[in-house]
Design a protein around this ligand. Structure first.
Ligand code: NAI
Length: 667
């Protein structure tokens, strides 16, 4: 940040620089070498510790820690360190190194301040918490969080103690237990940061705070409010801890995700004794890092990065997207792209459909941006109805999302091909028609790709990029992947074949659930078997949510490929108008958008066998897709299944799970 050249002291640093500013304020700029983001590896932590020695010698009037990266402050501890940690001592010594750094910063004799403009996550926030002050910019990219539970651990560099001390237990714990991020303003409101200011005032404010000691510099230990001190007595702690366990159990089972429970245990036992809690925190994380859950979640983190890297954002910069078909999917794709800052024209031959798209999009913008009028207006301005399809000639990306009919789609692309720019991406969102069948009607079939979005578009992170080997051009595929990254979706290239990857894997599993139901196993028992395995939702509730008519349609297309005959009950239900959530009745009765379930069902069958029968269908199909080379390798298949179906992330994906099963049966 600070650009003066007076590097302090004789020490040479690789990852940081120290600069003296007027008023004897020292700036430490962290800029980890050969990395796009700052992460705390042992090397970086050791260098920061050396810098702390130099700072103590220099004894400035104040220290401001900032980042030299455009991307943010510090993204967290280096996750690579966690991979394959097999012994507890290695884990513990890394955590203790982080503790030493944060304690050293906390004990520096001069006022210290973390100036944050961008993400400040995990170990990065723990470092900031060790400073006397945290000042944030109000940019939307400025995010604070302790997302360690998403990696199967919890804060380990003293962050659990310091965040509770700053915010109080009732605000700090939900942030740690959910791993959710806070924007600068929210963080200031909750007391996590001291001030949140516009970017142009950030440096000045940081300097003023250090100089004037405003807000009054209170030793961090004395910051805890009286009310929060009361909550730290053992009786209150027990009550609060039990309440928190109950809340967490609604979202994550302890057997699957032990980390949030471990964090609650540590606080319940040591909450008011800082020193004991620091060491209990470290011991607990050292235990958690080695669990299968943590190792698998760390793997999922790297799989996600791998998918992100498949989309090279530098290839091109899309500005304008034209969507044809303003139904459920086209409308939601258009709204999503508008929220990502792109200009979007949405075409439908039906004006009512266009009106509904705009109405639904506005509701979505308001829900997402909760009162942030500027962002709501920006998204609204980005989305334009286009009855005549004027956008076709101008767009960088054209996405067809009309109803599922081959001739209709062929005729759209015949026209689009004539009117579109020669370098525009031409894409279809078809869910079941083969790409080469649609492309047959085109003069340049190599230009067509599939962009298979999932419903609901705003929630599903994966985007299948469909291609036909030997037909689709390499450029079209690479540009489609780049586009996915630009709109914050994870691209997964998949060979065009019935059901592509995600639906192909899901269908046998869903149909098996329907067959079990036909064999008189109650829906609640079937769904529970799946959620006990770790699926986010049971297959019958999922079928009801998607719509039984859509399940039947996809099942009909895929039954031959997957070698499963369709259970009669499905066609019968659809014929009788029982379509699931949208009709109010399917496998469940639906009221106010929720399935009514009977929690007291007594079923005498073998739940273990039931679970195996269901999950094996999914695993077998995943293996077949890999054998048929629909995706590049087993890791990509795992990534697609996790991000496309929600397959239990803590199991690391179907191929990883199959491998672990083989290992455990051999040992
Ligand atoms: P929908 O039936 O809700 O909407 C289709 C829209 O396209 C209608 O508004 C219709 O007026 C419009 N339309 C039809 N022909 C047109 C033309 N020539 N020019 C302009 N507009 C035209 O369909 P839905 O469910 O949105 O599906 C669209 C596509 O997305 C289909 O290919 C489907 O397979 C695929 N898909 C659907 C998913 C779902 O969950 N519904 C999930 C993933 C893909």
């Amino acid at each position: 940040m600070k650009q003066s050249n007076n590097n302090v002291g004789s020490t040479q640093y690789q990852h940081l620089s120290l600069h003296s500013a007027p008023d004897n304020i020292l700036w430490l700029t962290l800029d980890v070498a050969n990395a796009s983001a700052n992460v705390l590896s042992p090397d970086v932590i050791n260098e920061l510790l050396r810098a702390c020695d130099d700072i103590k010698q220099q004894n400035p009037a104040g220290l401001i820690i900032c980042s030299g990266k455009r991307s943010g402050f510090i993204a967290g501890a280096d996750v690579k360190v966690f991979v394959g940690i097999s012994d507890r001592d290695t884990a513990l010594s890394f955590i203790q190194l982080g503790h030493t750094l944060c304690n050293t910063i906390e004990n520096l004799p001069m006022p210290t301040l973390a100036m944050v403009n961008g993400f400040c996550l995990g170990g990065g926030l723990e470092l900031a918490l060790a400073c006397d002050y945290i000042i944030a910019s109000d940019r939307p990219a400025c995010k604070f969080g302790l997302p360690e539970v998403k990696l199967g651990i919890h804060p380990g560099f003293g962050g659990s103690v310091r965040s509770i001390r700053r915010m109080g237990i009732l605000k700090a714990m939900p942030m740690m237990l959910t791993g959710r991020n806070l924007l600068g303003r929210q963080a200031a409101k909750l007391g996590l940061v001291d001030l949140c200011v516009p970017l142009r005032q950030l440096e000045n404010t940081a300097t003023q705070v250090i100089k004037a000691g405003y807000p009054a510099r209170t030793p961090a230990k004395e910051k805890t409010a009286f009310k929060d001190k009361l909550l730290e007595n053992p009786v209150a702690r027990k009550l609060i801890a039990n309440k928190m366990r109950a809340t967490v159990s609604q979202h994550a089972k302890q057997a699957h995700y032990p980390a949030p429970y471990a964090l609650i245990d540590v606080w319940e036992k040591y909450g008011s004794y800082d020193d004991a809690m620091y060491s209990a925190e470290a011991e607990s994380v050292a235990d958690l890092i080695q669990t299968d859950t943590a190792q698998n979640l760390v793997r999922v983190f790297f799989l996600q990065n791998r998918l992100k890297a498949l989309g090279n954002k530098k290839l091109f910069t899309p500005k304008h997207v034209h969507v044809i078909g303003g139904g459920v999917m086209g409308g939601d794709i258009a709204a999503w792209c508008a929220m990502q800052g792109l200009r979007v024209t949405i075409q439908d031959m039906n004006t009512d459909a266009l009106a509904k798209v705009i109405q639904r999009a506005n509701t979505g913008f308001k829900r997402r941006y909760k009162g942030d009028k500027q962002r709501i207006m920006q998204a609204q301005d980005n989305l334009l109805p286009d009855l005549q399809g004027h956008g076709i000639a101008k767009a960088d990306v054209i996405i067809e999302a009309i109803f599922e009919n081959l001739e209709a789609k062929q005729s759209v692309f015949k026209e689009v091909e004539q009117r579109a720019r020669s370098n525009a991406i031409l894409a279809t969102n078809t869910s079941s028609i083969q790409l080469h069948d649609i492309a047959q009607a085109m003069q340049q079939p190599e230009r067509l790709v599939g962009l298979h979005f999932f419903n609901p578009v705003a929630k599903m992170p994966l985007l299948e990029i469909i291609y036909t080997p030997n037909i689709t051009s390499k450029e079209a595929l690479a540009y489609a992947q780049s586009f996915a990254s630009h709109i914050n979706k994870l691209p997964l290239p998949v060979v065009s074949s019935p059901g592509f990857l995600v639906n192909r894997i899901l269908v046998p599993y869903l149909l098996e659930a329907v067959s079990l139901h036909q064999e008189n196993v109650p829906a609640e028992i079937i769904d529970k078997a799946a959620t006990d395995f770790g699926m986010p939702m049971g297959p019958l509730e999922l079928a009801d949510t998607v719509g039984l008519d859509i399940c039947l349609h996809v099942g009909e297309i895929l039954s031959e490929t997957v070698g499963v005959s369709l259970p009669d009950a499905l066609a019968k239900d659809v014929k009788n108008g029982l379509l699931g959530k949208k009709s109010g009745q399917g496998f469940y009765t639906w009221k106010k958008g929720k399935a009514i379930k009977n929690s007291k069902i007594n079923w005498q069958g073998d739940t273990q066998k039931l679970e195996q029968r269901l999950i094996n269908k999914l695993l077998d199909e995943a293996q077949k897709c890999l054998d048929e080379k629909l995706v590049g390798d087993a890791d990509l298949l795992d990534a697609g299944t996790i991000f496309g179906t929600g397959f239990a992330p803590f199991r690391g994906g179907p191929m990883r799970y199959l491998k672990s099963q083989k290992h455990s049966s051999l040992s």
